[in-house]
Design a protein around this ligand. Sequence first.
Ligand SMILES: Nc1ncnc2c1ncn2[C@@H]1O[C@H](COP(=O)(O)OP(=O)(O)OP(=O)(O)O)[C@@H](O)[C@H]1O
Ligand SMILES: [Mg+2]
Length: 471
Amino acid sequence: MSLARIRQLAKTTGFRLALWYSLIFISSSLLLFALLYFPLRSAIMEKDRNIILAKLNEYALQEQQLGLQAMLAEIRLEDDHNKQAGFFVRVADPTGQSLIVSLPPQWRELDSEFSPLRLSVVGTDGWVALPAKGRGDALEIVGRRLAGGYLLQIGRGSGERQKILEYFGQVFAGIMLPLVILGFAGGFFLAYRSLRPVRDLIQIVGSIDIGKMDARVPSRQTGDELDELVRLFNTMLEKIEQLLTGMRAALDNVAHDLRTPVTRLRAGIETALQSENTAEVLREALLDCAEESERIITMLNTLMDISEAETGVMKLRRQPIDVVSLLAEVVDLYQYVAEEKGLAVSVSGPSNLTVMADIDRMRQVVGNLLDNSLKHTPTGGRIGLNCVRQAEKVVIRVQDTGAGIPPQDLPLIFDRLYRGDHSRSQRGLGLGLSLVKAVIHAHAGTIEVESAPGQGSTFILRLPVDAPPQS
Ligand SMILES: Nc1ncnc2c1ncn2[C@@H]1O[C@H](COP(=O)(O)OP(=O)(O)OP(=O)(O)O)[C@@H](O)[C@H]1O
Ligand SMILES: [Mg+2]
C-alpha cells in the first residue's frame, strides 16, 4: 500500500471511528488495570508484613521465655547455616551497637549499604523501607524494643512482591495489546464496510453531469439509515432527471411551436417588402404580421404565467367569489361563439356558494375549459357548467357532449404545448389546460378529467372553501 493511500485511509471516517473506539478501549483497560493493580499490591504487601511480624513475634517470644542469649544463639545458628529464609535480623544493644546482623545471601552483596550505622536509624515505630541501590527492590524493616533496652529488627526484601506485580502487569499487557490491535483492525474494517454506501454516494455525486443523470447509487437493501439515505438520494436523482427531461422537452416544444409563427411573420415581412405591392397587399401583409406577433406574445405570456403559478411566484388577489355568477359571466363572454356553433350552454348551482380566489385567474380557468368544450363539441351538442359544495370543497364541473379524449391522450393533455390529434384543425397553442392546472394548484385545488372518445368530457375542479395560507 502506497504512502498516499495510507494517508488517504487515515483521513477516512472509518479510521477515525476505529481510532476513537480504540482510545476509549485503551482508557477503559488502563482504568481496569489500576482498579485491579492497587488493591492487589496492598493485599500482597499486607501479607508480606504479616509474615515479618510473625517472625518478629517468634524471636521476641523466645527472648521472653529463654532469654536474650538463647535468642542470639538461635539467630547466629540460622545465619551460619544460611537458614534465615530470606529474613534480615538485627539485634542492637541499648547504645545502638549491633550485637548481631544476619542478612540473607541476596542482600549480603549490598552489606555496606546496610551498615549497622544506617540500620540504626530504623526505630521501633512503624515500617521503614530501605531501597537497594540499582536493584529496584527494598528491604522492609520493622523493629521492637526488648527487655533491657535491646532492639530487635526484622526485615524482608520486597523483590518477591514486585515480581508478582510485574508478572501481573505483563499478563495484563499481553492480553490487552492483542485485544487493542484486534479491536482497532476489526473496528476499522466494520466502519469502513458500513460506510460503503457513503463512498458510493460520493462517487456517484462526483460523476453526475447534466448530460448524464441516469447514474444511481447501488442499494444494499439492509433497511438501515444509510440504505434509506441512498434510497432518498436515488429518488431525488430520479426527480431531477424527470425535471430536466421535462424542461428539455418543454424547451424543444416552445422552440418548435415558435418556429411556425416566426416563419409566417418573416413571410409577411418579405411580402410587404416587395416593391411592386399595392397599398392593399401591404396592409394585409402587415395585418398578418400583427396577428402572428400577437400569437407569439400570447404564447410567451401564457408560458410565463404557467411558470409563475407552478413555482408559487404568481400573485393571487384572493377575494370571495360567487361561483355561479362567475360561471354565468364567463358563459356570457362566449355566448356569441356558442350560438354561432349551435351549442346549448347552461349554468347551474346554488346562488350562495362562494370561494376565496383570484377572480381574474378564475375567469381564465373557466374560460379555458369552456373554450375547449366549445372547440371540441359538434353542432347540436350541450355544454353544462355546474357548481356544488362537497364538505370543505367547492366542486366546479365543465361538461360537454363533444368528441371526448382518447385514453392515451389523458395523461398528456395537461402538459405544456400538448395538443391532441383531433385538435390540429382547431386554433390553439396547447397551453390552456397547463395554465388551468397550474392556477388551480396555486389555489391549493385539484383538477381531474373524465372522458372517453365519443362520450364527451367532464373537467372537475375542487377548490378549498377557505383560502389556505399562501406559502
Ligand atoms: N373538452 C375537450 N374535449 C376534447 N378534447 C379536449 C377537451 N379539452 C381539451 N382537449 C384536448 O386536450 C388538448 C390540450 O388542451 P389545451 O386547452 O391545453 O390546448 P388547446 O385547447 O389545443 O390550445 P389552447 O388552449 O392553448 O388554445 C387539446 O388539444 C385537446 O386535444
Ligand atoms: Mg384550450
